[in-house]
Design a protein around this ligand. Sequence first.
Ligand SMILES: *Cc1c(COP(=O)(O)O)cnc(C)c1O
Length: 459
Amino acid sequence: MKNNIPYKTYLTEKEIPESWYNVRADMQNDHRPLLNPATMQPVTVADLSSVFCEELAKQELNTTDRYIPIPEEIRNFYKMFRPSPLIRAYFLEEVLDTPAEIYYKYEGGNTSGSHKLNSAIAQAYYAKKQGLKGVTTETGAGQWGTALAMACGYFDLDCKVYMVRVSAEQKPDRVAIMETYNADVTMSPSDTTEVGRKMLLDPANRNGSLGTAISEAVEYAVLNEGYRYTLGSVLNQVLIHQSIIGLESKLAMEKIDRYPDVVIGCAGGGSNLGGLMSAFMADRLTGKQSPYFIAVEPASCPSMTRGKFAYDYCDTGQVTPLAKMYTLGHGFIPPASHAGGLRFHGMSPILSQLYHDGYLDEARSVTQKEIFEVAGLFAKVEGTLPAPESAHAIKTAIDEALKCKETGEKKVILFGLTGTGYFDMSAYRRYRENDLDDTPPTDESIAKGLANLPAQPDF
Ligand SMILES: *Cc1c(COP(=O)(O)O)cnc(C)c1O
């Protein structure tokens, strides 16, 4: 080891932050409001309260409180898997022969295998506190559904998960984990909702999509007494909960007397990157430091790099409010060959606004061949098999470190290792068998998705 910095920097349990950070309180331009599609007026807490539980509806619209105290019950649960380690990637640095220092925050050390548990436990807690019977949600690959099932299991809440049918068929083990925590898993499209029944009329829709599953989960929550809907990414409330990642990262880096020059995260709906950036973005927005932020998305689902900054629905069935975000259009579905995760058509309104305003400095896209290649390298040298999603960030961290090799710069690079790859072995196998077609969407299919954006408001 080159110097005194340990391989892993742990915080103590007592150092788990007592509050989440709400970046909107520091943003000069807040993102445009969520709109009720029926009236085209900004949604109110009352509007949102039929969909989300009350406290989360308030968090969703909170633009003023920089810090939101983390309830004791949630901090107690966090202790089961937090603080998560900040790791100095010494072994990766060595094979790259780079002067850069590479750090990653590993969020995969819990049964759900990803950072999503940080928000799942918060959403389940507020539902329980409100005396609800249960919550609904959708899941694609199953990480979010698993996290929510764990959280609901802990608080003894009913958990109804609409899982994209192809994913459920490809990942029976994911269904089994959720059921072990007593969640009720329905393959989407299903005949349990109006939206699902409509989709099923066309056999082409049989495989399902995240957008359809969202519509089903929202519909169930709105029409059934005692249920509310939850979402694992994109929303402001989720970014608030995920700020725990960045707050812990900053504290850990302070312990080793470091500050990142570059902060890198993969971006699907934007929650882990929003979380990892949080404490550092606070410094940037208040003029204290200027780290460089990079979002990395798959070439197959490139909302920031090829999408449009516009109002759009968050779901295919058009039951959600309209959000101003980078989007590929609510009907966009990535090519069937896409195995690397991060398949949502839009991007968190907070990240979208920060990107639009130049605070989130850069968005890049990478191909799936590139990510599985570095995933294999990372697994070998650093010992952790990464989730394909996380490998987007690894790829970019490696690229940045190699640039430092050319320039001789000793940059401090921080990236988010959001999860374990255990649950994605079929994607790894396809990569090994050379079965991953790498054709990004054509300009035509992108244009087609964007042609279906709803009418934009005048303001
Ligand atoms: C869900 C997920 C992501 C992407 O979601 P974001 O909201 O963009 O963070 C990334 N990595 C893993 C392991 C995930 O499960």
